[in-house]
Design a protein around this ligand. Structure first.
Ligand code: FHN
Length: 431
């Protein structure tokens, strides 16, 4: 198994969905597409392949700036970055030798997007990962398609191009596109992790144990440190995966024996959607991050850049607000572990075992300033506590079964405050 220490410590990453579907952005032939994920355009509207492929002629994001994306991620407090190298439509964001349906050979843009991002990631010390749609590939090379009998496209007909491949057809895609491209991505860009995508019983038909192990073994052969997620087969993942991926926007209420993460959206669609105004408030996004960290999990927050290559203003505002919160409270997230305390009524707890003591970070979501809270489960001979952002000391009383804290009234001016509690098992070890 590959070392997952960095993944657990980093806790927070950026996910990007970007590709040919970004320009239509959820609207096709003047109508909002049936599916709410704009990256599903081709399947949603049953667009014949040659017609969909013509979107490549228009892919020319003149404002794309890898440095700007990665520095935005960095200042939001994110420590790793993940992008759709190939999504379900089969189009590739790098100049792959194994398909000419790629950004350099098929578009007027002709720049190696992954290469530019890899350079920016190195500059900012951000780990790079690739989303790769290994099960579905709608471009007719033998990958699976989304077959939905009841769906008709814009022309009112089911497109006969979209039928499940035979095992032989899938095997040909697997050997001639999927596996060589994974090897190529490792050799060209040296990613620290892959994020494979599957769900449901159709994917299990193709993502057999043998194919999962073949893919894992290929990655292990070419990289000593590349992590692999469990959505290689969501229903029945190999034990050899390194970390678990929850379903989209699913925030569990339990811990897991492996490192884990939730990938979530800022609004509804993963890729940019011109009619999706369903933005989540910053406070909610921070709560997802903290909630997962309190259970030992990570959060990968998705951005869908616009067709010209820039992030939307609503995305930037949220990223920067999260960044401000992380600037003062980041130590309560990075390198912390799941709380071993019982569930608390005031909010969530993250913790870190230090050499001489244990630190608890109390995330106060539901409190009255100038009142007491009881933190159940902290057993200590001595505790020291202060507000993480301001340094203001907090009065503590050790009682049976926990500690009582007097919340300062000034805390009302802070947004989502965190109290740092250092708890010692003997009276004399505070130096
Ligand atoms: O179908 C995809 C979807 O477009 C998106 O990429 C998400 C990200 O988790 N995964 C699939 C649905 O779960």
């Amino acid at each position: 198994m590959t070392d997952t220490t960095w993944f657990n410590a980093d806790r927070f990453g950026m996910f990007i969905h970007w590709g040919l579907y970004t320009k239509p952005a959820g609207v096709w032939k003047g109508k909002k597409i049936a599916r709410n994920y704009s990256e599903w355009l081709q399947a949603s509207e049953q667009i014949p392949r040659q017609e969909y492929r013509r979107l490549a002629d228009e892919f020319n994001p003149s404002h794309f700036d890898a440095d700007a994306w990665i520095s935005e991620a960095r200042s939001a407090g994110m420590r790793y970055f993940l992008i759709t190298a190939k999504h379900h439509d089969g189009f590739c964001l790098w100049p792959t030798k194994f398909s000419d349906y790629n950004v350099v050979d098929a578009t007027p843009f002709k720049r190696d997007i992954l290469g530019e991002l890899a350079t920016a990631c190195r500059k900012y010390g951000i780990k790079l990962g690739f989303y790769y749609s290994h099960w579905m590939d709608w471009d007719g090379t033998g990958g699976d398609v989304w077959y939905d009998e009841d769906r008709t496209g814009c022309e009112g007909a089911h497109c006969s191009e979209y039928q499940h491949p035979s095992q032989g057809e899938f095997e040909s895609y697997w050997q001639n596109k999927c596996l060589p491209q994974i090897r190529e991505l490792i050799q060209n860009y040296d990613p620290r992790f892959f994020w494979f995508d599957s769900w449901g019983k159709d994917s299990s038909t193709y993502m057999t144990t043998a194919r999962q192990e073949e893919l894992i073994s290929l990655i292990r052969t070419h990289s000593k440190e590349c992590l692999i997620n469990s959505r290689i087969n969501f229903e029945s993942p190999s034990d050899n995966c390194d970390y678990l991926s929850m379903m989209d926007n699913c925030f569990p209420d339990r811990t897991f024996s492996k490192p884990w993460e939730t990938s979530g959206t800022l609004n509804h669609s993963w890729a940019y959607h011109q009619l999706d105004f369903n933005w989540k408030p910053t406070e909610q996004l921070i709560k997802y991050l903290v909630g997962n960290a309190s259970l030992g999990g990570n959060y990968q927050l998705n951005v869908g850049p616009m067709p010209d290559g820039r992030f939307e203003a609503a995305a930037i505002r949220r990223l920067r607000e999260i960044g401000c919160w992380m600037d003062v409270n980041g130590e309560s997230i990075y390198g912390t572990a799941a709380s071993t305390l019982p569930t608390q009524s005031f909010g969530k707890v993250t913790m870190r075992k230090e050499k001489t003591h244990t630190t608890f970070y109390l995330h106060l979501w539901d409190i009255s300033p100038d009142a007491d809270i009881f933190v159940e489960g902290i057993e200590a001979k001595r505790v020291e506590a202060h507000v993480l952002e301001s340094g203001q000391p907090v009065k503590t009383t050790i009682t049976a079964g926990g500690i009582r804290l007097s919340i300062p009234k000034d805390i009302a001016g802070l947004n989502m405050p965190v109290i740092k509690v250092e708890s010692y098992q003997s009276c004399g070890d505070l130096s």
